[in-house]
Design a protein. Sequence first.
Length: 564
Amino acid sequence: MFKWWDGWPVREEVDWAVAARSSLLLKAVSCWRSDADSWFANAYERLPETVRVNPLSDDSEWVEDWLKSVDCKPIDWFKGPGSAWQMPFERGRAEGDVKSILAALHETGRLTRQEAVSMLPVLALDPQPGEVILDMCASPGSKTTQIAEHLGDSGVVIANEVVRGRVNLLVSNMQRHRSRSGVVVNHDARHFPNLPEDGYDRILVDAPCTGTGTTRKNPDVWSRWKPNGGRSMQKLQIDILSRAARLVKPGGRIVYSTCSLDPIENEAVVAEVLRNYPSLSLSMAQDAIPDLTASPGMNEWPALSDDCSIVQDTEQSETFAPPTESDIAAALPKCMRVWNEQSGGGGFFLAILEKSADAPSRRAAEVEETLSEEKAPRDHDGVPRPISEAQSEMLTDEWGAIPEDLWSRGKKILWSTPQAHSIWASERGRRGGRTRIPGGRWRPLKVASLGLEVAHLRRGEFERVVGAAASRIVGITDSGHTKVPSETIDKLLSGEQPEPFDVNSELAEFRGNHLLVDDSDGMAIPVWIGGRTSLMLRTSELVILRAIRGVEPLEESQQTNEEE
Ligand SMILES: C[S@@+](CC[C@H](N)C(=O)[O-])C[C@H]1O[C@@H](n2cnc3c(N)ncnc32)[C@H](O)[C@@H]1O
């Protein structure tokens, strides 16, 4: 018997507790597994707070030490790069200093707050530096940032989202993360363009779903979910995964994941795509995450009526029913189901599909027309393009030496990777490849943003380096910055505003934006030099730098200049 009233201390949660006990979802889970009680007992409490530490940040060791100091425990099945931690309180329930440092660590990209099971698909995808990855349903981008951590500064992750408003969310999340490898695009994944033409090394399909595994985060799922929810999502899920099947390279990998427990959105989708794409095969998902206790994929499930009774429904669509082909039925247990009691968090599903290395490459159509540069469609204004010669000269004047792979978009200078440039530069086809279009453009990709924002222009002239990129830029450039002792940096962080001469005698006459570099550890901070020298840091960055360096704010210096 459920002892489900135990542990319901919060009064306002009682309503959805009642909804949970009488929900169709509980009835459905009782049809999908024999011991639904142990799932239910673990499917309603608030989730624990969990985070992923960004290994690309120079401060990752400090972050890990801080997490240990506030009693966080490493998540033992997470195998990196970076590390993952469970905090000793529920999601959103941090207090005091822990709350402000946690928020600032997230805002400055040093860690990402992410539900533990949501970290699984990227471990299964296993992206490698240098690769070209497509994240087909990417917003808000927690998995895209995790992919970027696998790639480092080599490779590219094309992060796609169909909903415009959610594209903006994805762009800000990528900027928060401070990685260079992301390119954010805006397409319906079902019709994602065939670019790069030789396909993607790996594709993540983290599909839209009914979210039946998210009851600990979204309690309204208890009252909202109905069996026709999964049935109505399935065609979209199959269509997106089918597009991935076409876009992945021979020898490449696709990971399909959902936060749903419904086999119609999971195993049934995988079965249909295996049926239609014989060059794909499942590989054992558990092998990719050996330390996590999970269950195999299902190859039998009953048809459910609208009130979740089992029916002998011979009329249901073939794509809703378990597969009748013995090879597909035998393969489905290679998928991974994570029930709430196994993760200690949410429920999840994932499948790893590999495309055979000798699958034919996409057939090259007979070329009927090759468009000249003049006739080829151009990118719209506002799309990032490689910096012009004039911009390159201007930045070289400022910095002495400039990094490769700089782009400009409006007033922003962005820093990307060679692989992003190769996609932009590659020739491509239209009309199934019958029309050839020269490279040197993003079209047909609709690019919203890329790489890391490193500098701002004003009326076409260099204005300043962005704080988030300052330390990385001074590691590459020769000028545009001044070395100062650690104590000077600490004074500025505490809120002092020294006169320029006291910062460095060479700055006595200088006026404008500048970077100061700690001469002992190379850390750089942006400042504005006028009559006095003031920090140009976001509050969240200031909170963390003070914590890392043990700097106390001056009483009267609570005001900090906001950077952006
Ligand atoms: C499960 S969420 C993705 C979560 C994300 N991967 C993460 O880890 O932060 C699914 C996303 O797919 C988007 N989506 C829905 N239909 C889509 C389509 N046809 N093409 C591309 N994205 C789609 C939704 O707007 C939603 O943002």
